[in-house]
Design a protein around this ligand. Structure first.
Ligand code: NAD
Length: 276
């Protein structure tokens, strides 16, 4: 496929565009992941809390694609934070996925009210040292949480997966990550399909290029250097979302999308999200 790779700080190569499976029930995830693999996706983003690691694993096994051509991400759920519980949760995720290693393991949320992410990260360092995760990173971490990890632990995170879309552009976090050699990965890159894709400015840009608003938004992310993991269970949309390598946005298009930042956060604020 034409998906470029991004180099993580430890040298691991990650496809810049992948497939997300949040809110997709296990059996449906098996079908959707298989569709995604068939149309060229090689990176899959799941999480223990999504309840679809088994379906994802089944699709991977059935695809017959060599393991080293795939990039599989899963995440540690909040309730499992802490050193020993992280090691146990990781074993469970690996066995549900039916894999011997994952390419990327993420702490799903910092959960500052519980304050166990430093201990959890020490378990991540062990998992990484054992080669059972080829890279380790974070999700929903703010600069203050990352600074603390950098000062209290040994191995730097390679990536931070955060809510990011044209209405919530995260410029400060992106700049912080860039300064620390941390790749920024966008979750809900399409703004969950709510409202954003109906924006007239996006529609006009899409029409100009003969592409869809979703494709324009994904192209914008790629131009910013973000890793993106759009989700769909609709085969035509799954294919559409990876068909973004045959056109280019011009400076005017990029400026118009940059101007859409309204601070419209769709998910929880990591500083106050303490659900376990
Ligand atoms: P998204 O921005 O990818 O939007 C998905 C929705 O947009 C679909 O359900 C559909 O309604 C619509 N859509 C998709 N393709 C379309 C197209 N081509 N045309 C029109 N509409 C289209 O939202 P998401 O699923 O929230 O995020 C993507 C992935 O990010 C998730 O599946 C998950 O893997 C990850 N994620 C991670 C976190 C986290 O805390 N780390 C949180 C949310 C999501």
């Amino acid at each position: 496929s034409k998906v470029p790779f991004i180099s993580l700080s430890n040298g691991v190569q990650m496809p810049q565009l992948g497939f997300g499976v949040w809110q997709v029930p296990d059996d449906e995830a098996a079908v959707a992941v298989r569709t995604a693999l068939d149309v060229g996706y090689r990176s899959i983003d799941t999480a223990a809390i999504y309840g679809n690691e088994e379906g994802t694993g089944r699709a991977i096994a059935a695809s017959g694609i060599p393991r080293d051509e795939l990039f599989v991400t899963t995440k540690l759920w909040n309730a499992e934070q802490g050193y020993d519980s992280t090691l146990r949760a990781f074993d469970t995720s690996l066995s549900k996925l039916g894999l011997e290693y994952v390419d990327l393991y993420l702490i799903h949320w910092p959960v500052p009210g519980v304050d166990k992410y430093v201990d959890s990260w020490k378990a991540f360092e062990k998992i990484y040292a054992e080669g059972r995760a080829k890279a380790i990173g974070l999700s929903n971490f703010h600069p203050a949480h990352i600074q603390r990890l950098l000062s209290e632990t040994e191995i730097a995170p390679v990536i931070d997966q955060v809510e990011l879309h044209p209405q919530f552009q995260q410029s400060e976090l992106r700049a912080f990550n860039a300064r620390h050699n941390i790749v920024t990965e966008a979750w809900s890159p399409l703004g969950q399909g709510k409202g954003l894709l109906e924006d007239d400015r996006l529609k006009a840009i899409a029409e100009k290029h003969g592409k869809s608003p979703a494709q324009v938004v994904l192209r914008w992310h790629l131009d910013l250097g973000n890793v993106v993991i759009p989700k769909s269970v609709t085969p035509a949309r799954i294919a559409e979302n990876i068909d973004v390598f045959d056109f280019e946005l011009d400076a005017q298009d990029l400026a118009a999308i940059d101007a859409m930042d309204s601070g419209n956060r769709l998910g929880p604020d990591p500083d106050t999200f303490n659900l376990v």
